[in-house]
Design a protein around this ligand. Structure first.
Ligand SMILES: [Zn+2]
Length: 437
């Protein structure tokens, strides 16, 4: 049950443009963008190394000749080595926290902010938001790209925005009650935490709150976690649902979201080119097969990046959606390559662990994966908490260990922790504790 669908559009002509037209437009914009970035010494050298000149790209097939850009290119050229527009036209700079090294930055022109706003507003309308909605926007408003992109898009829709930013959970809940907030945005882990605190305080989100839509992103979210948030924050009971959001700083921040059909996050093809490659051969995968997402920013002026290898393993569905939108959807998000941990030769994705854990209603959504190092021997265990008031059977641990082993193809211990003892997160959750040197 997905509630009453509004099926409204912000820019109907663009959102439902025939796919052949979209593809022609993409090629024209890609060629123009390639000539633009060619002004920048980094991109010009990169092209020269492949013997490529901008005029060599004439057909869609030729796009494959253009070299990829990768994360380290952004870091190596910090701060402004990838700027293709004019510095005097830059009006905004966002960056990642850079806690693990050089931050990734993105500079925006006035027009870039306009494109971003338009993409986000389309997303919100596609997700079922209207002018009447009262929105608590709890993505951080700061260096991180998320909060501002959300804020502009929400204002463009004409919704009533309360820019709470992240954190201050007691106040968030109080405002939800006082204002009858209908839409909540933030990370999925913060939404789960909000539900937990509400229940602790004796607030029943279904009866005492009016939340009907959640736009949650900034970290991977399993279907299990989405289902829980939908139930516990009352989105489904109030006729709406949780829409997953996807984006990355390198492409300008949050950029794509679920529409009301909740069958994948639409990427606006008039502004972004989507390619899916096999990360080993760099060839395109067959339609519907998983591969690494490669994105090109077709509209930004200041720091557009072409053929950016996102490191995200996805499945893309290019069929026209039931909502009528012709733009491709990221229909399966299989984790970030960066999130992957290698343990004794096996790749483990935290999203796989969450998938197994949240099939168990007796477990809370708070968990942690610990990588252990016993004199050079590496192993993993997962720490979980039962939900309040739930007693776990004696055979729960061996059953869960077997399920994890079957799914991850590596032995994984299970430790039950007391209720409330594992860390909670108001922003992005940190699920992996790596104790190896
Ligand atoms: Zn759709």
């Amino acid at each position: 049950m997905k509630g009453l669908l509004l099926m409204a559009y912000l820019d109907e002509k663009w959102e439902t443009m025939p796919q052949e037209k979209l593809m022609e437009l993409q090629l024209e914009k890609f060629k123009k963008q390639l000539r633009h970035v060619y002004q920048n010494p980094f991109f010009r050298n990169r092209c020269a190394q492949s013997g490529l000149e901008p005029d060599d790209v004439k057909t869609r097939e030729d796009i494959k000749k253009v070299p990829f850009t990768i994360k380290s290119d952004l870091r190596d050229n910090y701060p402004l080595g990838l700027l293709s527009g004019k510095w005097e036209d830059v009006v905004r700079i966002h960056m990642t926290s850079g806690t693990t090294g050089v931050p990734t930055i993105l500079a925006y022109s006035k027009n870039d902010i306009e494109v971003w706003t338009q993409c986000m507003a389309r997303n919100f309308v596609a997700g079922g938001m209207t002018k009447s909605d009262i929105v608590q926007q709890a993505h951080g408003l700061g260096l991180f790209t998320g909060g501002f992109g959300f804020h502009y898009g929400l204002e463009r829709v004409g919704a009533k925005v309360i820019p709470t930013g992240a954190g201050g959970t007691d106040r968030q809940l109080r405002l939800m009650q006082e204002w009858g907030t209908t839409v909540f945005t933030g990370t999925p882990s913060y939404a789960a935490y909000m539900a937990e605190i509400a229940i602790e305080k004796g607030i029943d989100p279904v009866k005492d709150l009016k939340l009907r839509l959640g736009f949650h992103g900034g970290e991977p979210c399993s279907e299990g976690l989405r289902k829980r948030i939908n139930e516990r924050l009352g989105y489904r009971a109030h006729g709406g649902g949780m829409r997953v959001c996807y984006g990355l700083t390198e492409m300008g921040g949050p950029m794509s979201m679920d529409c009301e059909c909740e069958c994948g996050q639409h990427v606006w093809a008039d502004h972004y080119l989507v390619e899916v490659i096999n990360p080993l051969t760099f060839e395109y995968v067959q339609p519907g097969e998983p591969g690494e997402l490669v994105l090109s920013n077709l509209s930004f002026e200041a720091m557009p990046i072409l053929r950016y290898r996102t490191g995200d393993r996805v499945v893309v569905d290019s069929e026209t959606c039931a909502c009528g939108r012709t733009h491709p959807r990221i229909s399966g998000f299989l984790g970030r390559v960066d999130d992957m941990i290698l343990v004794s030769g096996t790749n483990v994705f935290p999203s796989q662990v969450e998938y197994v854990l949240l099939k168990h209603p007796e477990l809370s959504e708070n968990w942690q994966l610990v990588v252990l190092d016993k004199r050079g021997l590496h192993s993993i265990k997962v720490e979980v908490e039962p939900v309040v008031g739930c007693q776990l059977d004696e055979d729960f641990i061996p059953r869960l260990e077997k399920e994890l082993h079957d799914y991850l193809e590596i032995k994984c211990g299970v430790e039950i922790k007391p209720v409330g003892s594992l860390p909670r997160f108001e922003g992005k959750a940190v699920r992996v504790v790596d104790k190896r040197n």
